[in-house]
Ligand binder design. Structure first.
Ligand code: ATP
Ligand code: MG
Length: 240
């Protein structure tokens, strides 16, 4: 067996958005490697580039400069349709606002991933996989409930299950607990950690939640679009 590829490798990533008659540099010189089973917490002030970083790692946005590899696949030069397919098959997203399809049940919200991905080989197993995930996430009894019939924490569990359906190399969480009260937040934090570690799946979790940073393997700080060097892989090179 060879070493698994890193879940994510970003090199020299820069992202510039046009804004009015000027531009905003949202990310600058970002170098980041996330190991295949690593959980990384990403913290930083509002506007520092956290969502932009996740969007680029998850192939929702392309960088202005630099290269991005996810699970060993170089996605830097993929076309729009290739990116769409890559995104469906290889990454999972969990957002603060959960984005469940309101007219589908919890179980159907998991199955819709498989239908969009169109992987015929997986299709036969999709129902069983959805049932297994709902069971693991403690919401098997809610399989036929609509999102409007679920609590905030239960909806977030469905979103986590949906992100895991395709067995992604990397799951991106953007403030997954910020809409939850502290008890539910705690449960969701533990769930994320247990699910990621049980599968050996890598995750980047954008958060202001100290419980998440304490669970993470590593915490990265970002400000003004730059990762803090003291907390990156260059740790050893800088002392003080
Ligand atoms: N589509 C866009 N067009 C122009 N500027 C943008 C766009 N998206 C983000 N920005 C700018 O890029 C910078 C980084 O934004 P980003 O959303 O990545 O920040 P963030 O760290 O996720 O902030 P928050 O904690 O508030 O969610 C900000 O200055 C923001 O205003
Ligand atoms: Mg954000």
């Amino acid at each position: 067996m060879t070493e698994p590829s890193p879940a994510l490798c970003m090199a020299g990533v820069r992202k510039v958005y046009p804004a009015g008659d000027g531009e905003v540099v949202a990310l600058d010189h970002v170098d980041l490697t996330v190991a295949a089973d690593e959980i990384v917490a990403l913290v930083g002030p509002s506007g520092s580039g956290k969502t932009t970083l996740c969007s680029i790692a998850g192939a929702l946005l392309t960088p202005t400069e630099g290269s991005v590899e996810v699970g060993g696949t170089d996605i830097t030069d993929l076309s729009g349709s290739e990116l769409t397919r890559f995104r469906r098959e290889s990454v999972g997203f969990v957002f603060q606002t959960v984005n469940l399809v309101p007219f589908l049940t919890a179980r159907e919200n998991l199955l819709v991933v498989d239908e969009l991905g169109g992987r015929s080989s997986r299709r036969a197993n999709a129902g069983a996989r959805a049932d297994q995930l709902l069971e693991e996430l403690g919401i098997a009894d809610k399989a036929t409930s609509l999102p409007s019939q679920l609590s905030g924490g239960q909806k977030q569990r469905v979103a986590i299950g949906r992100a895991l359906m395709n067995d992604p190399a990397l799951v991106l969480f953007d403030e997954p607990t910020s809409a939850l009260d502290s008890k539910l937040g705690e449960q969701v934090v533990e769930l994320i950690r247990d699910e990621m570690k049980a599968r050996g799946t890598a995750a980047i979790i954008v958060t202001h939640d100290d419980r998440i940073t304490s669970y993470a393997d590593r915490t990265l700080h970002i400000s003004d679009g730059r990762l803090d060097a003291d907390h990156t892989a260059h740790d050893a090179a800088t002392s003080g």
